[in-house]
Design a protein around this ligand. Structure first.
Ligand SMILES: [Fe+2]
Length: 188
């Protein structure tokens, strides 16, 4: 858990240490709203490549580095969740054998995906996701993007991530982060 601990109003080191401990414990136990579910959609297929790199040089559109984290609604990270993604390529076309990936979340629930910002296809730009873990309800959802003129903020604003454009090795790259929050099967 990455936490920023600000020594606001605290002058003594011991006070700062206690403040940090309380801050981290309370933040770790904070319940989270499960990520809203959406339909799998007609482009779903169980076929997916075991990879975290869908982008290939020469592909259309913009390269996107997505950092993600799979969390329980209790706030705890979920290691070993299976994440499957499928999306249109940067030109807005779905393929049977490309831009479909599956990978596990890491020990801290984290994952990284290098892909393309999906092109326009049937409404707002989106990446389909389904997250599976034996102890949690399956989570089919979508990642959408803030600033997309086709995004309906009132309906799907919670699913939209902010993108930042940076330059890496002379090329423009989009960076974004997403949290996927699963509901435990025991109802907690
Ligand atoms: Fe789609």
């Amino acid at each position: 858990m990455h936490m920023t601990c600000l020594p606001v109003g605290l002058r003594r080191p011991m006070g700062l240490i206690i403040f940090c401990l309380v801050w981290n414990v309370s933040a770790a136990q904070q319940p989270l709203e499960p990520t809203p579910e959406t339909a799998l959609g007609p482009e779903y297929s169980s076929d997916a490549q075991a990879t975290t790199r869908l982008w290939a040089p020469g592909d259309p559109g913009q390269r996107l580095h997505l950092r993600g984290r799979v969390l329980a609604s209790t706030g705890q990270p979920i290691a070993g969740a299976q994440v499957q993604v499928w999306q249109a390529d940067g030109a807005g076309a779905y393929h049977d054998d490309r831009y479909r990936a599956t990978f596990p979340s890491g020990e801290d629930g984290g994952f990284r995906l290098t892909t393309a910002l999906p092109g326009q296809y049937w409404g707002a730009k989106h990446i389909h996701v389904v997250v599976m873990h034996p102890d949690y309800a399956p989570l089919p959802t979508r990642i959408l993007f803030k600033g997309d003129p086709y995004l309906d903020e009132a309906v799907h604003g919670d699913l939209a991530v902010s993108l930042e454009e940076v330059h890496m090795e002379g090329s423009p790259v989009l960076l974004g982060g997403v949290e996927l929050v699963m509901r435990p099967l025991n109802g907690n």
